[in-house]
Design a protein around this ligand. Structure first.
Ligand code: GDP
Length: 458
């Protein structure tokens, strides 16, 4: 049977020793040939024997992504009974995601949840009850992933998608109603009007696709709060982190209007600094970030960076913050280590059992220690973020690309003067692709509502 080629991360998305990216389908071997190089670049995996494993590297064009072992299994001797390639890579979520993206770029599409199992069933590898039990597990996991990804989807992105879907369904409903009732509803001049509307939607979707690349659609990263008393050096620290040559900075509007999340990529680990608005504007706005404000940030954070001015003694405000972070993943920074110290490591240790690092934001010392500490916490699994979300981001991007392609077909049909019912097929495809991003629970209601609106005037 001729099928397209699917790919997914097959292992748990937690930091672990190895991760596996699985590719299944007729192009699996071609795809691996495009992205794999052996040590001496002298091997084509499409030519090797089935059930053999090969050491080498995954490349995206010129860029080497990871050192890997690749397992080759030819149809029908694989789980799906299709040609299957498994790439064993290093287990970091970033690496796994990068490799998956590379595989997708070179010809696979992301597997739907349960799709490998569905293929195993369709190809007669497992029976229905086996397939169902696997799919049940996957679905429950997927529901969780969908919920969490929905909750991570930026409000504005979600609204954009909802509004564009509404525009699309409105046009579909109009076409269908007009075709049903040509006596009362005329389609004269409609193609030109639709052309403008679809082009408008295409522009917006193109922007969303671009923003998917820099992580602006979904806030994927470790929610990090930088807290401490006024003048401890929070904004100086943030400026250093942001200004690091290796840091990539993007401003992300927060989900609430008054907060701004800043995304910092520290050596491959993505931090979303929450409430930087509160930190950044402390100089010009009268309000300094106080203990109350810190409390809110601490609650929302996966990781707290607590900055202490080591040239001063600890006081009641510090003890209040210490109390709030005692059950959180946190790192204590003794800042201003260039000045003579009033608060040392031992003084802090008495009150709190967290990593303590001496830094000077002024002289930019200790920053490497901070970065390494964060990195270690991440790779040891002490801090994490919702990694399902990253994959969903890849899926979302693909759904946007699908929607875009469908809308381009609508524009083509209009330009070629095709009949209106051609438009609605592709419009519906675009509508459905967008729906997979936001969850489709509302769809039927929305369709009913809109149809009922049209029909009332009849
Ligand atoms: P925030 O209120 O916690 O954001 O603190 P700021 O980052 O605005 O810093 C408060 C003051 O401390 C500023 O005048 C900084 O220049 C100064 N400062 C920050 N870090 C250091 C440091 O490591 N050493 C010294 N000597 N001064 C610092």
């Amino acid at each position: 049977m001729k099928t397209d080629t699917i790919a997914a991360i097959a292992t748990a998305l937690t930091p672990s020793g190895i991760g596996i990216i699985r590719i299944s389908g007729q192009d699996a071997m071609d795809i691996i040939d495009r992205i794999y190089k052996s040590k001496n670049n002298d091997k084509l995996l499409s030519k090797v024997k089935s059930h053999t494993i090969h050491y080498g590297y995954i490349f995206d064009g010129e860029e080497m992504i990871d050192e890997v072992m690749v397992l080759i299994m030819r149809a029908p001797n694989s789980y799906t009974k299709e040609d299957t390639v498994e790439i064993d890579c290093h287990g970091g979520v970033f690496v796994m995601k990068r490799i998956l993206e590379t595989v997708l770029k070179h010809g696979a599409r992301p597997a739907e949840p349960g799709e490998f199992t569905k293929r195993a069933f369709l190809n007669g590898r497992i029976d229905l009850s086996q397939a169902e039990s696997v799919i049940d597990i996957i679905n429950s996991k997927n529901e969780y992933a969908l919920n969490s990804s929905l909750s991570q989807l930026k409000g504005s992105v979600k609204n954009d998608i909802i509004q564009n879907r509404e525009k699309i369904i409105h046009e579909i409903a109009f076409i269908e109603t007009a075709l049903d009732d040509p006596e009362h509803i005329s389609l004269d001049g409609f193609p030109e009007k639709l052309n403008n509307i679809v082009n408008g939607i295409l522009d917006e979707i193109t922007t969303l696709i671009k923003s998917a690349d820099n992580g602006k659609i979904i806030k994927e990263g470790i929610k990090t709060a930088i807290v401490g008393k006024p003048n401890a050096g929070k904004s100086s620290l943030l400026n250093i982190l942001v200004g690091e040559e290796r840091a990539i900075v993007t401003d992300i509007e927060g989900t609430t209007r008054d907060t701004l999340e800043e995304n910092i990529n520290l050596n491959g680990i993505s931090l979303n600094i929450i409430d930087t608005a509160g930190i950044r504007h402390t100089e010009d706005v009268v309000e300094k970030i106080g203990v109350d404000k810190a409390k809110d940030c601490i609650e929302r954070a996966d990781l707290v960076i607590y900055v202490i001015d080591s040239s001063k003694d600890l006081d009641g405000n510090d003890f209040a913050i210490i109390e709030q972070i005692k059950d959180k993943k946190a790192i204590v920074l003794l800042n201003k280590s260039d000045l003579s110290s009033k608060t040392g490591v031992e003084d802090v240790k008495k009150y709190i059992n967290k990593p303590i690092i001496l830094i000077s934001a002024k002289e930019e010392t200790g920053i490497n220690d901070l970065e390494n500490t964060i990195k270690n916490m991440f790779f040891n699994g002490e801090i994490s973020f919702n990694d399902e979300v990253m994959i969903t981001n890849v899926r979302h991007k693909n759904a946007l690309i699908d929607a875009k392609e469908s809308l381009e077909l609508v524009v083509n049909s209009i330009q070629n003067g095709l009949p209106e019912d051609f438009f609605s097929i592709d419009l519906m495809n675009a509508y459905e692709s967008l729906g997979t991003i936001i969850g489709e629970a509302l769809e039927e209601d929305l369709v009913n509502e809109i149809f009922s609106k049209f029909c009332m005037g009849k």
